[in-house]
Write a protein that binds this ligand. Structure first.
Ligand code: NDP
Length: 243
């Protein structure tokens, strides 16, 4: 294992892709600082990584709060001295047809998937600028490229974070790298929040072809591993099997 790799902050690290990414990046020798609301899971994951010889710490984080995100980034800085990479991974996906009018669920997707990413940028960008550079990696989705029934609002949030990431890239003077990683269906807890019966039923099929979360962690690790002059902007990873 390499020592003293990058300092990587991962939001939504208590399950799925975030947890797999924490394991993978820690195994690659990076120091990971993990955030989510379920801190008992983060504590267990940090202990597991520590036992394996990696370096991990955590902080409670609700990405919908700009103040929480600020505290999280500063805590990572205090723990590890710098902030090299922020993986904006936290997300929710309570799918439903628009006519079901689940306005609270629409709001939650916008708050977590869009505002959460903006809060990550707001908290970490000044830190990265101050230290001479950094790297944002944001989890979008294949739903950032095309819309499907029951996924209008979810896709809108993922189109939005692709747009925000592209804007950030264009405004960078070479010091800030920006990557968008867009998974197809992947094993995780993401679909557990679906309350609409039709959307929930549709996920049963998709889950049968799901990729392991480690496949997405591998893509993130590839972007992290590039030298400073290389900015991997977009990675789309789909299951090879469609049925
Ligand atoms: P999971 O549901 O397994 O993980 C989501 C993570 O987000 C959890 O750790 C959860 O932690 C965290 N989270 C949710 N709300 C908040 C919040 N308010 N503040 C902080 N953390 C929060 O799903 P995935 O691993 O699949 O999702 C990771 C990302 O990948 C998401 O952005 C998702 O949209 C994207 N994605 C996933 C796909 C898939 O098929 N799995 C496909 C395409 C994209 P906690 O509840 O403890 O706070």
């Amino acid at each position: 294992m390499k020592e003293h790799g990058k300092v990587v902050l991962i939001t939504g690290a208590s399950s799925g892709i975030g947890a797999a990414t924490a394991r993978r990046l820690a195994a690659d020798g990076h120091r990971v600082f993990l955030g989510a609301r379920r801190t008992e899971r983060l504590e267990e994951l940090c202990a597991e990584i520590g036992k394996g010889g990696g370096t991990a710490a955590f902080g409670r984080l609700d990405v919908t709060s700009a103040a929480d995100m600020e505290t999280f980034v500063q805590a990572a800085r205090t723990a590890f001295g710098q902030v090299d990479v922020v993986v904006n991974n936290a997300g929710v996906m309570p799918l439903s047809p628009l006519e079901a009018l689940k306005v609270d669920e629409w709001d939650r997707m916008i708050d977590v998937n869009v505002r959460g990413v903006l809060h990550g940028i707001a908290a970490a960008l000044p830190v990265m600028r101050g230290q001479g550079g950094g790297h944002f990696i944001t989890l979008a989705s294949i739903g950032a490229y095309e819309v499907s029934p029951t996924a209008a609002v979810y896709c809108a949030t993922k189109f939005a974070v692709r747009a925000i990431s592209e804007g950030l890239r264009q405004e960078s003077t070479g010091d800030i790298r920006v990557s968008v990683v867009s998974p197809g269906v992947t094993e995780s807890e993401l679909a557990d929040s679906i309350t609409d019966p039709v959307a929930r039923e549709a996920m049963v099929h998709y889950r049968s072809v799901a990729l392991p979360a480690s496949a997405i962690a591998d893509a993130i690790a590839f972007a992290v591993a590039q030298p400073p002059e290389v900015d991997v902007n977009e990675i789309v990873v789909r299951p090879a099997r469609t049925r």
